[in-house]
Structure formats: C-alpha cells, structure tokens
Design a protein around this ligand. Structure first.
Ligand code: KG4
Ligand code: ZN
Length: 340
C-alpha cells in the first residue's frame, strides 16, 4: 500500500552505453532495470552515435519495465529524475528529453542529476547495510572520472583530487585492449587476474602533485612492454595473460590506494567509501577493506548492482533533491561537461 506521504521517483540514466530506469519509494528501490548495449563490443569501445540510437530504442521498454516491476503506474510518480551530465551528449539528450516530456505530461517536477554525485549517493539507497556518516571521503572511479571527494552532506561535494588525464576505468579498458580482451576490459582483467601473480611484472607509476592521478603513462608503458616481449615470443600474451592482468590490476589499484591513504592522512577523515563502475573490481574492493582494517578506517562499498551505471543512483539523487524542493526546468539542457 502506498502511503500518501510516500515519495515515488523514477530515475533515468543514459549518460553512456547503459539505458537504465529505476523506481524508488522514499529511499528503497522497487525496481532497477538496465539494458546494456552489446553493439559496442565489436568496435572495442563505445561509439557515441550508436549509443544514442540504442538509447532511443531502449528507453520506452526500460521505463515501462521499471514501472511494471515496481507495481505502480506513471500517475503514481512524485517526480522524474534524469542524468543531465556529464557524459556523451547524444546519449544524455535521449534520457533528458524523455524525462522532461514525461514530467511535463504528468504535471510533476523533473530533477536534473549530476552523474558523478549520483554514483556517490548510491551509498544512501536503503539496503539495510550501514551508510557512510558525514563527512566522508569517496574514491569515485569510473570509465570517465577518477576523483577523491570530500562529501560534506548529500548536497555538498568537494573535489580534493582527480586524474589529470585518463580515468582508472580507461586504464583498465585500454590495457585490456592491448591484451586483445573484449570491451569493456575492466571486468575481463578482474576475471583473468584471479589466477595470476600480482608481482609477475612491474610497471612504472607516474609522479603527480597533490592528491591527483595520472594513468596515461601506464598505458604507454604497458603497450611498449607487450610489443617488445611479443617480438621475442609471439605467444607472450597468451602464455602470461593471468599474470599480466594481475600485475596491471595491482598497479592501478596501488596508485588509487596510495592517494586515498594520503587523503585520509591530510583530512583526518576516516570514513572512506568507494563508488563508480571500477568499484565493482574485486581486487580494489578487497584492498579497501584490508587497508581499512589495518588503519582503523570505516569503509563502505555499494552493492555490486549500484556500482556500474544504473537508474537507482539517479532515483536516490532525485529523492534528496525532492526533499529540498530542488527541481529543474523545461529549458534545462543536457551537459556533456559539468563540473561538480
Ligand atoms: O561508472 P561506469 O559504469 O560508467 C561510467 O560512468 O564511466 O564505469 C564503467 C567503467 C569501465 O571502464 C569498466 O571497465 C569499469 O567501469 N569496470 C571495471 C569492473 N567493472 C566495471 N573495472 C575493473 N574491474 C571491474 N570488475
Ligand atoms: Zn558512471
């Protein structure tokens, strides 16, 4: 039964290559449906034009499925939240236009959501697990971003460190591509690394100021190394795949964890959380837990299904804004780039 005071929000995510819709009732998810686009695999990366077309095909059935699974109708909704940015413009336009028309036709507010804030707010989806107390530090690692954020409250985010070039997810995906693994490469490296040795190969870590990161040199380092070894032995990758994956994964995770440890030391904040697609990485999840235990931090990792892009994180972000009467306008446009 729906109480009159219940807030029901539809969250729509379409910033990259996943079309996702979720329904949240207050802070509990009733449905979270994602259509992943397989079309990009054959190209070894996301093709923006194809992504936009696939969103157009998926958005109606995905939203319909979410409402059906939540056992509600569109008329029950309090608001529609959508990803305004950052992301691929053509992809964002599909979700934002759909959400604004839906809100307009139902006579309910539409709420533009920042994709990277949403990754972090996924921690506040009520799953029964403990939520991070404010303030906390969040390491946000995705295909497009790598940031250390001081989260003051659900509305205040301070970027204290970020990548100067590639994101951690890109480091995984580009390394995987060099190894001939399919896109997206992150989960592939994670899988093959399980049988490998983390110290089989060493790769150079760049020196970067402050709490910032740089991953572009790693990709070049790996490519040069693989090319050199493959000239000597054409079967080099095949014979060493697990060890290569384990060593690459270890290098990326070490770079992330080193900065995170420094961020804790600098801020004195010992509540530490992880978010974004790369937080699905099993080695990073374990490293955060281990380091937390060793250093006396309290650590928080969202459930697996709320790590990679999903509508649920957009819905919970919409819920927080709805509580404060923060809403968008029909004239709001999608923003491929949008600072936090
Ligand atoms: O947050 P997300 O779904 O989309 C963006 O906002 O970018 O993150 C996608 C990224 C991709 O680079 C993907 O390879 C990476 O997350 N990823 C992983 C794993 N699962 C997803 N990286 C490493 N290990 C994983 N298990
Ligand atoms: Zn994302």
């Amino acid at each position: 039964m729906k109480r009159k005071t219940d807030i029901l929000i539809l969250g729509i995510e379409s910033s990259c290559d996943d079309t996702s819709a979720a329904v949240i009732k207050n802070d509990k998810i009733l449905a979270n449906i994602t259509a992943t686009q397989e079309v990009h695999r054959q190209y070894g990366g996301v093709v923006p034009e194809l992504a936009s077309r696939a969103h157009q095909k998926h958005i109606v059935p995905v939203v319909a499925a979410a409402l059906r699974e939540a056992s509600i109708t569109a008329q029950d909704l309090s608001a529609v939240a959508y990803t305004k940015g950052p992301g691929l413009l053509g992809s964002l336009l599909v979700g934002s236009s759909f959400a604004k028309s839906m809100g307009q036709s139902l006579g309910i507010p539409t709420i533009p959501v920042h994709h990277m804030k949403a990754h972090i707010l996924a921690h506040f989806i009520n799953t029964g697990a403990p939520m991070p107390p404010f303030p906390f530090l969040n390491l946000t690692v995705s295909g497009g971003h790598t940031q250390i954020i001081k989260v003051v409250d659900p509305y205040t985010f301070e970027v204290i460190g970020e990548t100067l070039d590639d994101a951690a997810g890109e480091a995984f995906d580009k390394s995987a591509k060099i190894l001939g693994l399919p896109y997206p490469g992150g989960p592939e490296i994670d899988k093959h690394a399980k049988a490998g040795r983390i110290d089989a190969f060493t790769f150079t870590k760049p020196k970067v100021d402050g709490l910032n990161f740089s991953f572009s040199g790693l990709k070049t380092n790996i490519r040069n190394f693989i090319e050199k070894e493959s000239r000597r032995n054409p079967e080099f990758i095949k014979e060493n795949l697990s060890d290569l994956c384990a060593s690459i994964q270890h290098t990326i995770v070490e770079m992330l964890m080193t900065r995170l440890v420094e961020a804790v030391e600098m801020t004195g904040i010992t509540h530490v959380a992880l978010a974004g697609g790369v937080s699905a990485n099993s080695y990073l999840r374990n490293k955060l837990r281990e380091t937390g235990k060793e250093k006396g931090w309290k650590t928080f990792i969202p459930p697996f299904e709320y790590c990679t892009d999903n509508g649920a994180m957009i819905a919970i972000s919409g819920y927080f804004d709805f509580l404060k009467n923060i809403e968008g306008e029909l004239s709001d446009s999608a923003a491929a780039r949008w600072r936090m």
